[in-house]
Design a protein around this ligand. Structure first.
Ligand SMILES: Nc1ncnc2c1ncn2[C@@H]1O[C@H](COP(=O)(O)OP(=O)(O)OP(=O)(O)O)[C@@H](O)[C@H]1O
Length: 588
């Protein structure tokens, strides 16, 4: 099975209205249509996308593909060596049937409405149906040149940021955190962009079942385009959610209870809104469990599928620090670790406002023959009231799902079965200890799952297991080995008590915890190492390939291969303390 044999017209372009400047594929292909129309910045007066092509570059250099992403599409691993594959995923070969396009969207950035944004450096290629599981993926190239949505920018993506996105997309997905995926990365050896300095550019071929964001809804609301809003919502319900509510049944039982008490019968638009809320609540809980920060949680980076999306200044926390923001430009700490759940809820409220005219209507009103013509004055009050009730139900769904998933998965990470009292009795002291000791966040769980706690425990020696022999004291910060061991021992006593209450053996704890504790997560310092090595070694992919193997098999080190053992050891050393946490700029 080759990638070349898979292209299908995207359901997005089939169902949604195109830019009136390029209304059909025939116009896009017409030799009399100036190629400039694919790149000239403009505001779309109507429609959700515009046909457009990647910008041709002087040279393309395919680096590597993700074996896991190839597998997801049901492609053979050998496909990555085929010339056609390499040319398609880099943008060198452009298939025009179906014709590529760029999506329009808007967005609230740092709480301010930013107007029309859109795929300013992304060109969508086509849709493919996985030969493995039948799931549809829309393939797109990030860094593919200017589009009508580039505004004042250059349509380029740096190699360094592209590599970060390539690795983290695949890492999150493998850990079990919903994410957009990355199929391949290619360098553009003779294309440079100016950011903090002159840097080489690259293209990442990304894939996702849908790239619709809350920002897509923001665009229609801003335009006051009611017809478009209905068209987009119907598309999301029919094609993205395929008329199924995919989040667990538990949610819908909870929602049922609430709507019955409020005398509301849910419409398809209410369910769409609540499904988007539920999915984002679950993903946010996972980010919190694994210490992941996106860094720029604007509405244009919030997927309707709850996928982690757009990887700029992201980070896995080195150590637990709720105040930490990975975004250098986030001076108000709006997108700090602690503020992540409220940032996503803010975006979901914006979505509720965007679709207020739909969730404000009950079924009778939706069915009224004059509903599509516009909202009548006499409907207003009732509709506003209903929309607010649905958003309120969304708030309780969001809170419940976030809290439930957070407790369940966090307890699993430490090998116990969840009880609501664990929040205050086990997790609170654990996080206090993690914050005070600055122990490596992911590494702590890996060590904890294996320490002996059955029967009589020698706390001194167990605590030592968390501290490396070459531990360096930092007296300036009152950061001594003695302090750390004291904090660890006091938590371990609390934890041992809880483990004994449940009568858990070491083996039972390990079996439960090891299924959710990744043995490897790519931290910023490791990604920096891969970028540096690759640039200094003529784009040799061995560091990237090693990291991708580790990142896509986070629970199974037998699949990491024998290559670069020293590098692997360094990236897995899990008993580091107080590593400086990087803050990165959004410019990428
Ligand atoms: N170098 C660039 N050239 C053109 N447009 C850009 C560039 N960088 C960012 N943009 C646009 O600015 C807006 C916000 O950028 P942001 O970094 O959130 O998105 P992105 O990383 O380009 O894309 P995505 O969200 O799809 O990952 C988007 O409309 C994006 O397309």
């Amino acid at each position: 099975m080759s990638l070349q044999s898979l292209p299908k017209t995207s359901s997005f372009t089939k169902r949604l209205t195109p830019d009136p400047r390029v209304p059909t594929v025939a116009v896009a292909k017409d030799p009399n249509t100036s190629p400039e129309v694919f790149h000239i910045a403009r505001r779309l007066t109507d429609g959700a996308f515009t046909y457009c092509k990647p910008t041709p570059r002087k040279e393309y250099h395919f680096i590597t593909a993700s074996p896991a992403a190839l597998d997801t599409l049901g492609l053979d691993q050998s496909e990555a060596s085929s010339k056609e594959f390499q040319q398609i995923v880099s943008g060198e070969k452009v298939i025009t049937d179906p014709f590529p396009y760029a999506q329009a969207y808007a967005g609230y950035q740092f709480g301010q409405f930013a107007g029309q944004l859109g795929d300013g450096r992304v060109v969508n290629l086509f849709e493919v149906q996985s030969a493995k599981d039948g799931e549809r993926y829309e393939l797109q190239l990030k860094g593919a040149g200017t589009t009508p949505f580039s505004r004042f920018a250059d349509g380029k993506a740096l190699f360094s940021s592209s590599l970060r996105e390539f690795v983290i997309s695949e890492s999150l997905n493998a850990i079990g955190i919903p994410s957009t995926r990355a199929l391949a990365i290619s360098v553009l050896p003779r294309t440079y962009a100016m950011r903090a300095r002159h840097e080489k550019c690259a293209v990442v071929c990304r894939m996702a079942p849908s790239w619709v964001r809350i920002g897509t809804f923001d665009l229609y609301k801003w335009r006051g385009d009611r017809k478009g809003l209905i068209e987009l919502s119907d598309y999301v319900i029919d094609e993205v959610f395929k008329n199924k509510l995919l989040t667990d049944q538990q949610v819908w039982k909870e929602v049922e209870k609430q709507v019955t008490s409020k005398n509301i019968v849910l419409t398809r638009y209410d369910k769409m809104y609540l499904e988007i809320v539920a999915r984002n609540a679950k993903t946010t809980a996972l980010w919190h469990v694994y210490g992941f920060l996106n860094g720029v949680l604007n509405t244009d980076n919030t997927s309707v599928l709850g996928l982690s999306l757009d990887f700029g200044p992201f980070a896995f926390m080195e150590y637990f620090s709720p105040d930490y923001t990975s975004n250098h430009e986030d001076s108000s700490k709006r997108y700090s670790f602690a503020n992540t759940p409220s940032a996503i809820w803010y975006n979901l409220v914006k979505l509720g406002e965007d679709v207020a005219e739909l969730i404000g209507a009950d079924q009778e009103l939706l069915d009224a023959p004059d509903f599509n013509a516009g909202i009548k004055e006499e409907w207003m009050e009732q509709m506003m009231k209903r929309a607010n009730v649905i958003i309120d139900i969304g708030a309780s769904v969001y809170e419940k799902l976030f809290m439930d998933d957070y407790l369940n998965i966090m307890c699993k990470r430490i090998g116990i079965s969840p009880r609501s009292s664990d929040h205050s009795e086990v997790l609170a002291p654990m996080f206090e200890m993690l914050q005070a000791t600055k122990i490596d966040y992911n590494g702590f769980f890996k060590t904890l799952q294996s320490v002996p706690l059955t029967g009589e425990v020698d706390y001194d020696s167990v605590a030592e297991l968390f501290v490396p022999d070459d531990f360096q004291e930092d007296l300036v910060n009152d950061y001594t080995k003695e302090n750390i061991l004291k904090e660890l021992k006091s938590f371990l006593a609390v934890f041992k008590n809880r483990v004994d209450q449940e009568g858990l053996s070491d083996g039972e704890r390990l079996a439960r915890a090891s299924s959710v504790n990744p043995l490897f997560v790519p931290k910023n310092w490791m990604l920096n190492e891969v970028i540096e090595y690759t640039v200094e070694n003529d784009l040799h992919p061995d560091y990237i390939d090693k990291m991708i193997k580790m990142a896509t098999n986070p629970y199974d080190s037998t699949k990491w291969g024998d290559e670069l053992p020293e590098v692997q050891k360094r990236w897995c050393s899990d008993v580091r303390f107080g590593l400086k946490m990087e803050m990165r700029s959004c410019a990428s």
